[in-house]
Design a protein around this ligand. Structure first.
Ligand SMILES: C[S@@+](CC[C@H](N)C(=O)[O-])C[C@H]1O[C@@H](n2cnc3c(N)ncnc32)[C@H](O)[C@@H]1O
Length: 367
């Protein structure tokens, strides 16, 4: 991957790439990109965990919620998951629907949009007992009616990086470090008009010294979703910040980072193709983009608050088993981990938007 990127750099004017292009190559180069190769990524043997690896509980709660929603709205029972990873979330969700409402489960069409050939193989294996359609491109779904959802999807999208120095805006580019087999940053005066338009449209003003990721790829994808989803609900679960949170001093340097064998790496230019690269997402931009496309914003909650609304506490099992490794102890612990202050859920949010659905019908069961 190093040689591929270096050779591309040599063909470029100024021998530089935007961060967006670098991340796109490092994660999604058809042959050597991180998500395209067959190394283990999610879970103990991989580089990072997601909420899905904590227990079956997220999928269980989503399964129950979606059953209630289909029944209360009369929405066509079609579910599409964006970026299904190992297939574990789909497995838990479909298992929950089957238990909760077997008739609806039989009628439901479940699809996964997945770029990674490696993850598609894992998904096929994990979902052998269910009927699931795998597609590679979200545009294959058009026109879509149903529930479209994702967990930790947009955080895996490439981003541009900008910063403000001496009152001027720069785009941070990536170039080859002649001294060694590596890459380094090169700030250039910001000339990208799409980035300027994004900043203007979102009303973003950087403070002196601030660095920010610009999610143009996410914005493009949301536009596609706007065209495709004709009627239904879009649920986005991810870690991210609101506009005011991005302005806090602790987020002054942005959020781009890598994960390799469960270690966080601040320099994402190392190990291209051998490391996950991720950012916190811009929730205001996501919600604004969807509002511009006719979606109604229905809820924005921390994941723990969302799970409480969905009735997670009813899943806690009373037991007298003193074995901390028994299945019931482990599951209860998984629920506690998702609810604990400072635990995995407190960094995660769920944004819920709908289109073409009666606004008077609540989308969350306990609303
Ligand atoms: C961080 S992983 C999360 C996986 C899973 N949702 C979970 O929670 O465990 C991101 C997933 O999205 C997939 N992905 C990233 N960009 C994609 C795109 N544009 N279209 C489809 N899948 C994509 C990756 O291949 C990977 O499976």
């Amino acid at each position: 991957m190093y040689t591929v990127i270096r050779d591309i750099l040599l063909t470029r004017k100024e021998n530089q790439l935007s961060y967006n292009e670098f991340i796109e190559l490092a994660l999604y180069h058809p042959q050597f990109g991180y998500y395209m190769n067959d190394s283990s990524k999610i879970g103990k043997s991989g580089d990072f965990y997601t909420s899905v690896n904590v227990s079956d509980i997220l999928g269980t709660m989503l399964g129950k919620w979606f059953c209630t929603l289909f029944r209360s709205t009369g929405l066509r029972p079609v579910i599409c998951e964006l970026g299904g990873g190992t297939g574990k979330l789909a497995q838990d969700l479909l298992g929950s629907m089957k238990k909760w409402d077997p008739i609806l489960y039989e009628e439901t069409r479940y699809m996964i949009v997945e770029t990674s050939p490696y993850h598609r193989i894992l998904q096929k294996e994990a979902l052998k007992g269910h009927t699931v359609t795998l597609v590679q491109d979200v545009e294959e779904l058009a026109p879509f009616e149903g529930i479209l959802f994702s967990n930790e999807f947009f955080d895996a999208f490439p981003v541009h990086v900008i910063e403000k120095r001496d009152g001027k805006l720069f785009e941070v580019m990536v170039c080859h470090d002649e001294g060694g087999k590596s890459f380094k940053e090169k700030p250039e005066a910001l000339t990208n008009l799409r980035i300027r338009a994004y900043l203007a449209e979102e009303g973003i003003e950087l403070s002196e010294g601030q660095r920010l990721e610009v999610p143009l790829a996410m914005m493009d994808y949301l536009q596609k979703i706007g065209h495709i989803l004709e009627k239904g609900m879009l649920l986005t679960l991810d870690y991210g910040y609101t506009r005011s949170e991005w302005c806090l001093p602790q987020h002054h340097s942005g959020s781009l980072r890598g994960f390799r064998r469960h270690e966080m790496k601040e320099n994402i230019l190392q190990f291209p193709g051998g490391m996950d690269i991720t950012t916190h997402i811009h929730f205001d931009s996501l919600q604004n983009a969807l509002a511009r496309q006719g979606f109604i914003h229905r809820a924005f909650l921390r994941q723990d608050e969302l799970l409480l609304k969905l009735g997670i506490l009813e899943e806690l099992a009373a037991h007298t088993d003193s074995n901390p490794f028994s299945a019931v102890s482990k599951r209860n612990r998984g629920i506690r981990d998702l609810l604990m202050q400072g635990g995995i859920s407190s960094y995660f949010r769920g944004s819920v938007e709908t289109k073409g659905l009666e606004e008077s019908i609540p989308v969350l069961p306990s609303f």
